[in-house]
Design a protein. Structure first.
Length: 317
């Protein structure tokens, strides 16, 4: 899903030290500071902050380190970062990091993720046949979604430019008369889609879950052919014999990646990371607190830790 850009890492020191003393101190006095990657996007940073606060409860010093997505993977390999949350949509990039031998796949976080071409349910009246992708081949549907900026093509509210979404490849593969309009940020993406949804305007754009808006709004995802790895590499695969990417975006889980050296230097922290497990609803609820209610990540995570001791205590055993 996320960034292609190689950016500089910048340290964001945890702004709030937990007021309570750790209940189960696993960290030794010589353990290094655990550096957790945050990418400044709440769907990934919510579980990272919860993990950080649990590590603090176990006595570890934690820093949240800001990086774009690809720089985060590079920092993980180099040991500048210690943990990373990988979206299934970027599995190839994450597998490349693991293949270096410097990064460990610590397993699924338990957080199911889904991404794709989202639209509000009321659009089906203007685009008969949705959610099947063939509805997007109809002139009337494209006209309904066209704007002054995109006509005669339909507007597609695209994700920020540094996200991996394969929208351009999908448009090319199916020959869709669609013009993607890049959003300046995840917040701008949601504001545009939610504004149109609230007004009942025709709209289509990049959607993903977990997310408080997409999980609650009445909408659906365009159904392209099911994803298989060959879809992205073999033109002979799928309904279009001369095109790749003639399928939907891969979905699955948020995966946990860890620097190999830190797993040796701080084995108790590594064990917590291995056992760390959340669900999509927890993430969506946390995102809503951040994005809608204006809470800080630290407050959101501290509140979750205080309310879910029976959950995270099992990760400290």
């Amino acid at each position: 899903m996320k960034a292609l850009l190689f950016g500089k890492l910048s340290h964001v020191v945890a702004t709030t030290a937990l007021a309570l003393a750790p209940l189960t101190v696993l960290a030794a006095g010589t353990d290094p500071t655990i550096k957790l990657t945050v990418i400044n996007s709440s769907e990934t940073d919510v579980p990272t902050y919860i993990l950080g606060h649990v590590l603090q409860k176990a006595g570890f010093e934690v820093k949240f380190v800001s990086a774009d997505y690809t720089a985060g993977l590079t920092g993980l390999q180099q040991g500048d970062l210690h943990t990373f949350m990988c979206w299934d949509t970027t599995w190839d990039a994450c597998q490349e990091a693991v293949a270096t031998g410097d990064v460990i796949n610590a397993g699924s976080s338990g957080i199911k993720v889904h991404e794709g071409w989202w639209y509000p349910t009321y659009l089906e009246a203007l685009c008969p046949g949705l959610p099947d992708y063939n509805a997007l081949l109809q002139e009337g549907c494209m006209k309904a979604l066209a704007t002054a900026e995109t006509e005669p093509k339909a507007q597609f509210v695209a994700a920020p430019a540094d996200w991996i979404t394969y929208v351009d490849e999908t448009i090319d593969a199916f020959g869709l008369q669609v013009q993607p309009i890049t959003s300046g940020s995840s917040g701008a993406l949601i504001a545009t889609l939610k504004g149109a949804y609230d007004r009942k305007d025709p709209i289509m754009g990049w959607g993903y879950s977990p997310h408080w808006f997409f999980d609650k709004a009445e909408g659906n995802y365009v159904q392209f052919p099911d994803y298989e790895p060959a879809c992205f590499t073999d033109p002979a695969w799928g309904p279009l014999p001369d095109k790749t990417h003639d399928c939907k975006t891969p979905s699955g889980f948020l995966w946990k990646l860890m620097n190999r050296d830190i797993s040796i230097e701080a084995p108790a922290a590594a064990r917590i990371f291995y056992l760390f497990n959340l669900d999509a609803k927890t993430v969506a609820d946390g995102m809503e607190k951040i994005d809608v209610n204006g809470e800080s990540y630290d407050k959101m995570a501290e509140d979750w830790v205080n309310a879910n001791e029976t959950v995270w205590r099992g990760w400290l055993k």
